[in-house]
Structures are given as structure tokens and as C-alpha cells.
Design a protein around this ligand. Structure first.
Ligand SMILES: NC(=O)c1ccc[n+]([C@@H]2O[C@H](COP(=O)([O-])OP(=O)(O)OC[C@H]3O[C@@H](n4cnc5c(N)ncnc54)[C@H](OP(=O)(O)O)[C@@H]3O)[C@@H](O)[C@H]2O)c1
Length: 157
């Protein structure tokens, strides 16, 4: 099973350079509630960015895969050189946590999407790739102040 987890603003913005454009504690708490002690996959740039946030603290995940076309050793993660091959052969419950390069490659394999819609517009330069959300159906929907937490599942047809 492949789940994608992300937050985006009204323009589908997700990043500014290598960082998040916002600091929204309730969305961070939501992200943690979904991914805590789970198996995650992220791109190398997101991994480096999260290292900046976590400093010397260990990530709160059960297992971490990092996608990078180039060979690199990670002390706390497993390198994935070919994401498509990884998804084709995957038998684990994987939470894909960014960034857009990896979301785009993961979307055709996605069973579940956890999207936080941020009802605002921020400054930034990294966007979620356009895709057909009608291929998924909403199964959960919660509103909070200027946020909508959603869960989508892939339609059968
Ligand atoms: N709002 C959110 O929810 C959210 C979540 C996560 C991240 N972000 C933001 O997203 C941005 C980072 O995203 P990004 O797209 O620039 O980078 P990224 O997805 O974190 O990392 C891309 C990495 O994937 C590698 N790659 C590309 N194709 C691959 C393949 N087929 N197999 C294996 N590895 C492959 C790239 O290698 P090469 O460099 O060699 O091409 C690169 O190292 C930051 O601004 C971050 O804050 C936002």
C-alpha cells in the first residue's frame, strides 16, 4: 500500500527553496499522527530539509527510505536508487512524504492520499504536480482554522 502525505496552499504551493513556506503547528501534529512509527519514503532534498528541523534528534519513523539517483550512504536510512522499480516491487505500507519530484513518481502507485488544504496563499517556488484528483474519492474530511484535513482513496474504476 502506498500513501502520499502533503500540505499545500490554494496555489498548490508546497515549498520555498528547501523548506516549508509556513509554520503551522496543527498541521505538523496532523503529519506526525499519520506518519509516527510508520515506514516512510522521501526524496534526498526533503531528507536534508527534515534533518535541519530535527537537528540531532532521531526521526520518529519505523524505517526511512531516501530516494536519490546518485549513490549515497545514509546512517539512518536506506537508499532507493530507482523509485519506479521500488514501487513496482513494494510489499510494505509506505508513506511517501515528499517532495514533489517523488510525489509525481509515486502518484500512479498511490492507494491513499492525505492532503492538507491550507486556505491561504504563501510565497514560494515549489509546487505539487498537477494531477487528476477525480481518480480518488474523499473518505475523511475535517476542517480546522484555515485548514482542511482530508483523506482520499483510489476509486476502483
Ligand atoms: N508541503 C509539503 O507537504 C512538503 C512535503 C515534503 C517536501 N516539501 C518541500 O518540497 C521541496 C523538496 O522537493 P523536491 O522535489 O525539490 O526534492 P525531493 O523530492 O525531496 O528530492 C528529490 C530527489 O529524488 C531523486 N530522484 C529523482 N528521480 C528519482 C528516481 N527515479 N529514483 C530515485 N531517486 C530519484 C533526485 O535525484 P537527482 O537530484 O539526482 O535528480 C533528488 O535527489 C522542499 O521545498 C520541501 O520543503 C513540502
Amino acid at each position: 500500500m502506498i500513501s502520499l502525505v502533503w500540505a499545500m496552499d490554494e496555489n498548490w504551493l508546497v515549498g520555498i527553496d528547501d523548506k516549508l513556506p509556513w509554520h503551522i503547528p496543527s498541521d505538523l501534529a496532523h503529519f506526525k499522527s499519520i506518519t509516527n512509527d510508520k515506514i516512510v519514503l522521501m526524496g534526498d532534498l526533503t531528507y536534508q530539509s527534515m534533518k535541519g528541523y530535527y537537528k540531532n534528534k532521531p526521526f520518529p519513523f519505523k524505517k526511512v527510505y531516501v530516494a536519490n539517483i546518485n549513490y549515497k550512504e545514509y546512517s539512518d536510512a536506506i537508499l532507493v536508487n530507482d523509485v519506479i522499480d521500488f514501487f513496482k516491487n513494494n510489499k510494505e505500507d509506505i508513506y511517501v512524504i515528499g517532495g514533489p519530484t517523488i510525489y509525481k513518481l509515486a502518484l500512479p502507485f498511490a492507494n491513499t492520499l492525505y492532503i492538507t488544504f491550507i486556505l491561504n496563499r504563501y510565497e514560494g517556488n515549489v509546487y505539487f504536480p498537477k494531477f487528476d484528483l477525480s481518480k480518488f474519492k474523499v473518505v475523511n474530511y475535517e476542517t480546522a482554522d484555515k485548514l482542511i484535513f482530508t483523506k482520499y482513496e483510489k476509486r476502483d474504476n
